[in-house]
Design a protein around this ligand. Sequence first.
Ligand code: SF4
Length: 360
Amino acid sequence: MNLSGNLSRESIIRFLEGRGSDSELFEAARGTLLKSAGSGVFLRGIIELSNSCRKNCFYCGLRRDNKTFSRYTIPFDEVICVFESGYAKGLRSFLLQSGELLVDEHIDHVERLLRWISTNLEGVSMVLSMGELPIGILERLKKAGAHRYLLRIEASTQELYEMFHPGDGLHEYDDRLRSLQTIRASGWQTGTGVLIGLPGQTAENLADDLLFMKEMDIDMCGMGPYLEHEQTPLWNRRSELGQWEEREILTLRMISLLRILLPTINIAATTALQTLDPEGLEKGLMAGANVVMPNLTPIKYRKDYNLYQGKVHVEDTLDEVLKILENRCGEIGRDVKLGSPGDPLHFTNRMKEQAGGWTE
Ligand code: SF4
């Protein structure tokens, strides 16, 4: 099937509703990936640095009002140990993830970690995912050595976004959008993503999410199925949710369609997808994903980073995870690219274009 990056909204909706051939869609996306970005699978080691958050999103287990678990921040020395052992195994990209915290202590902690990495480990690409940060803080963290920022829009349709966030002035759609635009405009490799399978979400909403990402011209995407958590307000709407199989197939269609729309970006096969299905990793990669994010958080903290329930690999060590990943990727003809930060080709091309009128 010949599908191009100019897919119309109607064609996207047709695929999302299952009115097209899934196998042909996945094959077309895979072909696009192999032609545009190659067969490599890049690894980002995730460190869930702190599970504290000032926000109260209706779908998230880390929300401020959930008092059923302990809050933690991993101390400096423990994070350094993780960086060192990950680096020794060939990882060249780490993602520092936390809830949204604007307190000085947290920002200073992240800045110090970034400076340590820049000084001590060569050739590492640092990714941050810490919510909406003011421009001054973003600049500080960029100067300290961060390269990429991931801020999920979660739902690009404003009405849907507002349905899943409190209307308390702290969760404004316009603020989120502005924050993403600021990141994109200030030279970061920019990532976003959405939740797939939310109650009340339509194929039209998801098509608009994909077109939003194309319009934003993002470099990276981490989008996964919505997984319910009983300590959140959205748990009350669980009877409206599709079965896991439906959310999985929708996620795979979203990955493929995005790969066709933006051939050279990095797209993750998320842990949430792997939680839905033991073969979610292979299926995500076969649908067009090219990034996997092994969890490097020290095991004692992992059970308390519960964005959703049932997360996989919470007990696996880095050695075990890497071995499993290499075997599983190898079985589907894909090779794990250790020793490479795996910058998205889309960003590299974008920078060349800005520098000298070069076009992709
Ligand atoms: S989704 Fe992010 S900002 Fe919202 S409550 Fe969870 S960690 Fe905080």
